[in-house]
Design a protein around this ligand. Structure first.
Ligand code: ADP
Ligand code: MG
Length: 373
């Protein structure tokens, strides 16, 4: 039992006897218990009253009851008193671990295995920060139980802190340096908690601090974040250095941004060639057209012809909603909840959360044709 607790970083285990309910509740007064295992006695169900007393004092406390036999009457009484699971003694390690995970999942405490989404464009100014920030909130908005981490890896002058009006305490530099010595609670406390289920890890305060952020150390942080969050969204820098490549390799999905302009698409072409050489699958790379509907040199079908597959999403051009959000330091869905861009971001969140389209990346994209009018 202790091993199962230790594996899940559940902290200290305290064994208390059933001498009297009041003494038991008093013993728990000084701490906030995470979980209780109540061992119920034989025929008369000694211990049921303790579950009752515990529940009155700690209504949210998950309680696993254990009994000497799968006696339906005993199980019913334990559940009525507030136990969420009933296990027969002697406990089997696997059965106990499964029950523990079920209980922790229900209580939102289980170690998660979050998915990393890297938002990237080889050129600046195409909307990486806008999309990373607002995608993080769109993902979190899908379900109140979802927890999303947003990491600013634009190590020289990242904008996430500006887009969300954050005055950061700790930054990615501190998290990278300290993470290995922190327990989960301390680690999560280093992030900046925003409302609506998003936690931010901002860019370093000083430009030269980026040197500490090697690909290996940054990916270690992303792995750690995935244990606490359902999604880890990264705003990547535009330079393809060792760190960016490590993050792109690590990411389960890459949102690769473009505009329908020649310079943007030429840069997309080079990036897709590189991704193809790196053997990234088509499932991993989602091409997203930003500022769709603004004046461009090419049409969507031009782009899709050279991609040989549809783009994953089109985010409409909406100067007012994006500028309002960035200038006021809040997500688009707060200032412009009914805008087309807010709903396009919601749809992108759903797509990234669900099954990606299949297929393989092409070796190269061929030549582009200017739009002929
Ligand atoms: N869909 C959009 N419609 C209109 N303007 C946009 C859109 N997406 C981004 N922008 C604007 O484009 C500029 C660059 O966006 P930003 O997210 O900072 O790009 P990057 O992080 O790639 O440099 C910002 O002024 C932003 O408000
Ligand atoms: Mg940016």
């Amino acid at each position: 039992m202790r091993r199962a607790f230790a594996a899940r970083e559940l902290g200290e285990v305290t064994a208390l006897g059933w001498s009297d309910a009041a003494a038991l509740v008093a013993a728990l007064k000084d701490g906030t218990p995470t979980l209780a295992i109540a061992s119920i006695g034989g025929d008369n169900g000694t211990g049921i009253s303790f579950i009752d007393a515990l529940k009155r004092e700690h209504p949210e406390l998950p309680i696993i009851a254990t009994g000497p036999a799968p006696n339906p009457d005993l199980i019913l009484r334990a559940v009525r008193a507030g136990a969420v699971e009933f296990l027969v003694r002697p406990l089997q390690a696997a059965e106990f671990a499964e029950a523990l995970d079920r209980v922790l999942a229900k209580a939102g405490m289980r170690s998660r295995s979050g998915r990393c989404i890297a938002v990237y464009s080889a050129k600046g100014g195409l909307g990486s920060t806008t999309v990373a920030v607002n995608l993080a909130f769109a993902l979190a908005r899908k379900d109140p139980n979802l927890r999303v981490a947003l990491v600013d890896l634009v190590v020289q002058g990242g904008d996430v802190r500006v887009f969300l009006d954050i005055r950061p305490g700790e930054t990615i530099k501190d998290v990278v340096e300290q993470q290995s010595s922190l327990d989960r609670h301390e680690f999560e406390a280093m992030l900046h908690e925003c409302p609506d289920g998003v936690w931010v890890c901002p860019d370093p305060n000083l430009p030269d601090e980026g040197e500490l952020l090697t690909g290996r150390r940054v990916v270690a942080v992303l792995r750690r974040l995935a244990e606490s969050f359902d999604f880890v969204v990264v705003d990547c820098e535009h330079t393809l250095n060792e760190r960016t490549l490590a993050v792109l390799d690590h990411a389960e999905r890459i949102v690769l941004l473009t505009h329908l302009t020649l310079p943007a698409i030429r840069s997309l072409q080079r990036t897709m060639d590189l991704f193809s050489r790196l053997e990234y699958s088509a499932d991993k790379v989602s091409v997203v057209v930003n500022r769709y509907g603004s004046k461009g040199d090419l049409t969507l079908s031009d782009l899709e012809k050279v991609l040989e597959r549809p783009v994953t999403a089109k985010l409409p051009n909406d100067y007012r909603a994006t500028i309002d959000a960035a200038a006021r330091g809040r997500p688009i869905h707060i200032g412009s909840p009914k805008s087309k861009i807010a709903s396009a971001l919601d749809n992108l969140a759903v797509t990234l959360n669900g099954g990606p389209p299949g297929g393989k990346l092409r070796g190269g994209l061929g030549l582009f044709r200017r739009k002929t009018e």
